[in-house]
Design a protein around this ligand. Structure first.
Ligand SMILES: C[S@@+](CC[C@H](N)C(=O)[O-])C[C@H]1O[C@@H](n2cnc3c(N)ncnc32)[C@H](O)[C@@H]1O
Length: 509
């Protein structure tokens, strides 16, 4: 996709469609506080099960045959990311064992070896069976800062059940678990902390009280000091499990579960990462109001996490489908709406922008077929102001590429009235062709598909239609009472509503 389509403005709250190298090249230097990327890496994995369709598999496939080609692809992109990162910024690169070590060498070169902070191992699956070696069940996240001056907020992980069992062995009658902790520290001094408390002379044991006498009295009053039965035994602090923040963040993350098949969060995007993973990174390495950037944003996990944590964000992806999924997700999960180009702005409403979406016929003609099909169906939904769904079963798609659920029809059907386009059910099937001109032979399979689906109307999207195709559409209507409505891409791009379309007048609508 070309980036020369329009010039881009750096504006947080925007989803940019395009190669991150080209998009970022138009941003100013040092404008972003935190970057997380999860590019499709050299993993040798093929994502057969995605949305159950062959073309989508192709679109998501890892496309680099060898590590060197992958690094050659990534290096100019990481250089751009480095350029836009503030001097106080942090950078996380999500990858796995296939290329992680090569990526680290590349990042050491770009950021400087001393700016490498940590390699995080995220336990991605419970178990991965492997015939001849340990199952590899973690991803690697490489963490760098641009300089020594960067944000690091303390984040805690929950204690493991093992840890709790081993250390929090005591409990109160109400079940609250606690562990015994020393009230003293090593060494003595001349200050009050070395003076006896309740006749216990800690200085004589070469130690001092870790709390002032006043604090010790308060702790005792609150029942937080454990007095041993044995005479002369040292009192100890009762440290309650439910008052502990957890373990300070460590480099092995096994407490964030992958997105399982039935998770509510799951969008069907093959490489979608869990929200808590991104939340942890964002909480640790940024503050509210900071700008978080994901240059390979997929279905937008990073931007949803950023929005929820009151950070500003930028999402970039070169797939228009991914950008649309992101847009829908920000609407559904964050209550945002697309910023209107003109018209009134509601101060109480949160807006996002969608920039650089492919909108000219030449670009659309060159899009991968699946991307084009997605664009066409969703754009028709937009034109008709109705929800649109792309059919996911492309293998033997039986002539239907998508469905438009006409919002108005639902009400009209409910009231027993004549519906838009004369359809008796709320949805209307869509067929899409990316060729220059739809011809007569393209109409027949759609007619068959509509009859099989017991529809009385269907939408057909193409760049143009031959006279033969239009005659065929008229014949189908005359002879079988089946209405096929043709849409030209040209009109969809301009968001032009159906009733004024010249092509429809030709059909006598
Ligand atoms: C592994 S997915 C990201 C998944 C994401 N972390 C999530 O949780 O949804 C990688 C994404 O990078 C996008 N991509 C690949 N190359 C790109 C490039 N050069 N510029 C922008 N996006 C790119 C792909 O379209 C894909 O959506």
């Amino acid at each position: 996709m070309s980036s020369s389509r329009s010039s881009l403005i750096f504006e947080p709250g925007t989803i940019y469609c395009g190669d991150c190298k080209d998009v970022l090249a138009q941003f100013p230097e040092e404008c972003v506080d935190l970057i997380y990327i999860d590019p499709p890496f050299h993993s040798g994995r093929s994502y057969e099960v995605l949305w159950g369709d062959v073309q989508e598999v192709r679109a998501f496939e890892d496309r680099w045959g060898d590590v060197q080609r992958y690094l050659d692809y990534m290096k100019p992109r990481v250089l751009q990311l480095y350029r836009v990162l503030k001097r106080t910024g942090s950078f996380y690169y999500h990858c796995d064992w296939h290329a992680g070590h090569y990526i680290k060498v590349m990042l050491d070169e770009i950021f400087g070896i001393n700016q490498f902070l940590c390699e995080i191992a995220w336990k991605r699956t419970f178990a991965h069976s492997s015939a001849n070696r340990p199952g590899i069940n973690h991803d690697t996240i490489l963490f760098y800062s641009k300089t020594g001056d960067f944000t690091w907020n303390k984040v805690y992980q929950p204690y493991s059940p093992d840890y709790v069992e081993t250390f929090f062995v005591h409990s109160d009658p109400d079940g609250r678990r606690w562990q015994r902790v020393d009230l003293t520290g090593a060494g003595t001094g001349k200050g009050p902390s070395s003076k006896p408390w309740r006749s216990i002379d800690v200085a004589a044991k070469g130690r001092h009280w870790a709390y002032s006498h006043k604090e010790l009295n308060r702790l005792d009053r609150d029942g937080k000091i454990h007095w041993p039965k044995k005479k002369g035994g040292m009192p100890r602090l009762k440290q309650y499990l439910d008052e502990m923040p957890g373990v300070p963040l460590q480099s092995v993350w096994s407490d964030i579960r992958p997105i399982h098949n039935l998770a509510q969060e799951r969008l069907g995007y093959p490489t979608q990462k869990p929200l808590p993973l991104l939340e942890r990174i964002i909480k640790a390495s940024s503050n509210p109001g900071d700008v978080v950037l994901d240059g390979f944003c997929g279905c937008g996990t990073a931007i949803v996490a950023a929005e929820k944590l009151e950070r500003r964000w930028i999402g970039v992806d070169f797939s228009p489908t991914a950008c649309r999924v992101m847009a829908e997700r920000t609407e559904r999960d964050c209550g945002m709406v697309e910023h209107p180009i003109t018209g009134k702005i509601d101060k109480n409403q949160k807006y996002y922008k969608l920039a650089n979406m492919p909108m000219d016929e030449a670009t659309l003609k060159q899009m991968p077929p699946f991307e084009f099909q997605n664009w066409a169906v969703l754009q028709l939904g937009k034109v008709l102001r109705s929800p649109a769904h792309v059919t996911r079963t492309f293998v033997n798609d039986k002539g239907i590429d998508g469905k438009i659920y006409l919002v108005d029809n639902v009400e009209l059907i409910h009231k027993g009235k004549e519906t838009l386009f004369g359809e008796k059910t709320p949805y209307i099937p869509v067929q899409v062709k990316q060729k220059a001109k739809v011809d007569r032979l393209d109409i027949d399979p759609f007619e068959t598909a509509l009859r099989r689906d017991r529809r009385s109307a269907g939408f057909f999207i193409g760049f143009d239609f031959t006279r033969g195709a239009l005659n065929e559409i008229q014949r189908v209507r005359r002879e079988g009472g089946l209405r096929i409505y043709p849409f030209r891409v040209y009109n969809l791009i301009r968001d032009e509503f159906v009733s004024d379309l010249p092509i429809w007048r030709e059909l006598g609508e």
